[in-house]
Design a protein around this ligand. Structure first.
Ligand code: FRU
Length: 309
């Protein structure tokens, strides 16, 4: 059956469902949720969002697996879900390249696959749901350019560079500061992890007597950098910017004056369940669902931030 690049025709999954409705009469529609790790609050929130959205549909049952930040484990989890005959898969992959193959195999086995937050290579999945990381990175760059009057020395603490959000948040940021006198004097891959960010920032502080700002690819990274600067007595001289903007994490840091800005990266959990329900009802869904973002600063946080242009 030809599958258009822009929209997933549900004919294949529809025939699978028809087969299921005789063999699985009365059974729940089972969704396998492959989470790459639950070590960060953002991912705990994503699972909670999936669970809360699914709870509104008693006909759904979501099975959660946590790969604990281990790519091989996540590959195995996807294969296990396929062998178990789940009706749909939601995968939020640790890395793009190594997760591409098991996702493609599940899709070729006619299981609808929703790829959430971190993209994979190619088009062998049903839909990708996530915010535009390139746009978020560019907005962070433009925001810092304005804040520093087009001039300053920046530390960039990057997310895992084998994941597409890390690559896009880096490229977007570089586009955002282009044409200014801002200089990235230190950059390191902190792999999305607060302790790694803190360590990298300690090195940056030891090497550079003047740092004007830190751009971290997520709020845990920005917070780790802040703690390192605080331990060195230099946190007041540095502007900290992060990404995620969870109310209890990044937005709270902004309200406490720890971060100057955070850019929202929505989990997409509710949208993933929405997509599952549409696929279950044999509706066509777009190949890509792009979520919006907001910026939170000291000035606008109380009012719920501002949408990105
Ligand atoms: C959590 C996380 C978030 C980040 C997202 C990117 O694992 O690092 O902080 O925004 O993943 O995929």
């Amino acid at each position: 059956m030809p599958i258009s690049r822009r929209s997933f025709s549900i004919a294949a999954a529809g025939s699978l469902l028809a087969a299921c409705s005789t063999s699985k009469e009365g059974k729940k529609f089972t969704v396998g949720m492959s989470q790459c790790n639950l070590g960060e609050p953002w991912r705990v929130q994503m699972n909670a969002d999936v669970e809360a959205a699914a709870a509104k549909h008693p006909e759904l049952k979501v099975l959660f697996k946590d790969a604990q930040n281990d790519t091989l484990k996540q590959r195995a989890h996807i294969e296990e879900f396929v062998s178990a005959g789940v009706d749909a898969l939601i995968v939020t992959p640790k890395e793009s390249q190594p997760l591409t193959e098991p996702i493609a195999k599940a899709y070729q086995a006619k299981i609808p696959v929703i790829v959430l937050d971190r993209a994979v290579v190619g088009d062998q999945f049903t839909t990708f749901i996530g915010a535009d990381n390139r746009k978020i990175g560019r907005a962070a760059g433009e925001w810092l350019k304005k804040k520093l009057n087009g001039n300053g020395r920046i530390v960039e603490l990057k997310g895992l560079m084998t994941s597409i959000p890390g690559q896009d948040r880096n490229q977007g940021f570089r586009d955002g500061i282009a044409g200014s006198s801002i200089e990235v004097i230190f950059e390191a891959d902190m792999k999305w992890l607060e302790p790694d960010a803190r360590k990298e920032m300690e090195s940056a502080l030891a090497r550079f007597p003047k740092i004007d700002a830190v751009y971290a690819h997520n709020d845990p990274g920005a917070h780790g950098a802040y703690l390192a600067a605080q331990a060195a007595g230099r946190e007041k001289d540095i502007v900290f910017v992060g990404i995620d903007a969870l109310p209890q994490e990044g937005v709270a840091y902004v309200r406490q004056g720890i971060l100057s800005a955070t850019f929202q990266y929505p989990t997409g959990g509710a949208e993933a369940i929405d997509a599952v329900m549409k696929l279950r009802a044999a509706q066509t869904i777009p190949r890509q669902i792009t979520l919006g973002s907001r910026v939170f600063t000291a000035e606008n946080a109380a009012g719920g931030g501002e949408p990105l242009a």
